[in-house]
Design a protein around this ligand. Structure first.
Ligand SMILES: *Cc1c(COP(=O)(O)O)cnc(C)c1O
Length: 376
């Protein structure tokens, strides 16, 4: 919670639920990443929060962008990003969208399959392409699973195919899973990347770039290692495996740029128990899984919660959203407690909610409008 956000809430008392994002924190987070990994170019993962205010702030700081769809590409360009600063990083693209990106001037594309390479060769000829390899997702609180990437021998073959198709086999990428709390996962992925590089060199192709993906964690309810632990692990692994012949490096942070910049204010709608004598209270908020808090799925992302009565005695709670859907429960098993004298009408704040919230809101499930956001 920054003084600027606090002042906004006091002066405007915006209707709840609403998210307030402090753009100074976005800038601070971007600069912190640049300092921690000065050799890596930053490609902000637009999907974390594509608000024009955030994109324009990052354009002003010289950032590059990782876009996942034709619309995200247009959002970057509208915000003032030059097309050579935008990467089309989704491995799953329609040919028309590849053609759209190519016509707008994009020349950097991800792939992880032969069928995708064929689309790229047809719709984005001679572009630079990078192949995504599988990672285990272990240690990540929001893993990206086996949906993306391919095994190392396939990556090697596909990079050679890319060359034969007239594309530029530019690099190898991976993503260790979002909210990744273990720096060792980058070391493993970098070692695997180096194996593909070595095989490609033997076959006469010299890739130029390693894309280290996103995944850098944010301090939610629980502590996480500092950014320096991740930067150290990455640079040590890069030097160990590539020596003095370091390839270009890209990182694609999303969460760690935007999350801590945002505070979500919500109102307590109802507090109840299910039986006489129960000390487990159900606290229903006016925000839930369908109004932006999709990452509470399986209680994966655990937001810090602040109430105006935090000094008082706490008791155990289930925290739920306002809709008539049984899945709209935020936390039941994660061990949250809230003050015993919390009342309906109290305004409660969820911290570190600037990433993966606004765009995860449904368009009007149960008549609740998408999450309103203010960028200050
Ligand atoms: C989602 C995503 C990111 C951002 O991940 P964070 O964990 O938010 O940093 C980066 N790259 C790709 C390809 C992604 O899909």
């Amino acid at each position: 919670m920054t003084p600027k956000i606090e002042r906004f809430f006091v002066e405007h008392r915006p209707p709840t639920p609403c998210l307030v994002v402090d753009l100074d924190v976005v800038e601070k987070n971007y600069r912190r990443l640049r300092r921690a990994l000065p050799l890596a170019e930053v490609y902000y993962a637009v999907k974390a929060n594509p608000a024009p205010e955030i994109l324009r702030t990052l354009v002003g700081l010289g950032s590059n962008f990782d876009a996942a769809s034709a619309h995200e590409i247009d959002q970057c360009l509208t915000a003032g990003a030059a097309p050579e600063r935008v990467s089309y990083g989704n491995t799953i693209k329609k040919t028309v969208d590849i053609a759209h990106a190519f016509a707008r001037g994009l020349r950097l594309f991800a792939f992880d399959s032969e069928a995708e390479l064929e689309k790229l060769a047809a719709a984005a000829p001679a572009s630079r392409v990078f192949c995504r390899i599988l990672t285990s997702g272990e240690g990540a609180e929001w893993p990206l699973s086996r949906k993306f990437g391919c095994e190392l021998d396939m990556a090697r073959d596909l990079m050679l195919r890319a060359r034969d198709m007239g594309l530029e086999p530019h690099g190898i990428s991976f993503h260790v899973g979002s909210q990744q709390t273990n720096p060792g996962q980058w070391e493993i992925a970098i070692a695997r990347t180096a194996m593909v590089f070595a095989d490609l060199r033997d076959a006469g192709v010299e890739p130029k770039m390693v894309n280290l993906g996103g995944g850098f964690p944010v301090r939610y309810r629980d502590d996480v290692p500092g950014l320096d632990s991740f930067a150290d692990a990455i640079m040590k692994a890069m030097t160990r495996h590539f020596g003095n012949d370091l390839p270009g490096m890209i990182i694609e942070p999303g969460r760690c740029v935007a999350a801590e910049a945002g505070v979500l204010e919500t109102e307590v709608v109802l507090i109840s128990t299910k039986a006489y004598g129960d000390d487990l209270r159900w606290v229903y908020l006016d925000v839930g899984k369908f109004s932006g808090l999709a990452e509470t799925m399986d209680e994966a992302i655990r937001y810090p919660i602040r109430t105006p009565r935090d000094g008082a005695r706490h008791g155990p709670v289930v925290i739920a959203g306002p809709t008539c859907d049984g899945a709209d429960i935020l936390y039941e098993k994660a061990g949250y407690t809230l003050p015993l004298d919390l009342r309906p009408g109290d305004r409660v704040r969820l911290l570190a909610t600037g990433a993966y919230t606004t765009t995860y809101a449904s368009v009007g499930f149960n008549g609740y409008i998408p999450l309103k956001a203010y960028y200050i």
